[in-house]
Design a protein around this ligand. Structure first.
Ligand code: ARG
Length: 252
């Protein structure tokens, strides 16, 4: 009798294990959108695979919550619309959690904060806000830098040119179609190094930190915040920041 019972238990456990195995293959899909033009947060490697801090973070979140992550790439200025239309479940795109955006989407807690920089070619250096007078300053369409540049242009007398892709924006600078690029400091520092550009910090910025965006009312916000808290506590978030060389992050 004992033997039969233990055999039954054994069979039952195999059944449970098999069921678990199956369910992990059928995990629900978590649709994430990004704008993969923003290293070290998101870009594509030479094989076209998504890489970066946000990509790693999204993968960890999906795994923790039992989802299968599906990533789509689009222009930054369409991301809020994609969330509003519920075409995607979340956006990780180095997106700053501004009050204005909060009217249309919900944000997780902030996971990184950087400032802004002005980049120029070393042979055509612009070293201060006053030096921007009469110049063409390129920004990425739909970003807080576009908004910020429009504001600053009133005081410092420069022209703003918005381009829909951040990598194209750098090309515009390299080919002299804009004199200066105004962008996120963390991303700018990467381009300074890789392209040998000159840059100075915007002394006026006070941008909000980056956060994960969701459709309004999404029940993912709370779940993802819990994961973020866990990753802060167990040091995984810091490990990721170190991996992608992010500067000190201020989390409120
Ligand atoms: N942090 C800025 C913003 O939220 C720029 C983000 C741009 N992100 C990107 N993946 N191109 O407006």
């Amino acid at each position: 009798m004992k033997k039969i019972i233990s055999k039954l238990i054994f069979l039952a456990s195999i059944f449970v294990l098999a069921a678990c195995g199956q369910s992990s293959g059928d995990n629900p899909v978590l649709k994430m959108a990004t704008s993969a033009d923003f290293p070290p947060f998101e870009s594509r490697d030479t094989n076209g695979e998504f890489i970066g801090f946000d990509i790693d973070l999204a993968n960890i979140i999906a795994e923790e919550l039992g989802y299968k992550l599906e990533i789509s790439d689009q222009n930054f200025d369409g991301l809020i619309g994609a969330l509003q239309a519920k075409r995607v479940d979340m956006v990780l795109a180095g997106m700053s959690a501004t009050e204005k955006r909060k009217k249309n989407v919900d944000f997780s807690k902030e996971y990184h904060r950087s400032g802004e920089m002005f980049l120029s070619l070393p042979e055509n250096k612009v070293e201060s806000l006053d030096g921007l007078k009469g110049k063409v300053v390129g920004v990425q369409l739909g970003t807080i830098q576009e908004e910020g540049a429009n504001e600053l242009s009133k005081e410092y007398g420069f022209e703003v040119k918005a381009v829909d892709n951040a990598a194209v924006l750098i090309q515009e600078l390299l080919s002299n179609r804009v004199d200066v690029v105004y962008m996120d400091k963390q991303v700018a520092k990467g381009y300074m190094e890789s392209q040998g550009l000159f840059g100075f910090d915007d002394p006026t910025t006070s941008s909000p930190g980056m956060a994960i965006a969701f459709p309004k009312g999404s029940d993912l916000v709370e779940k993802v915040n819990k994961v973020l808290e866990k990753l802060e506590e167990n040091g995984k978030l810091q490990e990721l920041k170190d991996k992608w060389n992010l500067d000190e992050v201020v989390i409120e």
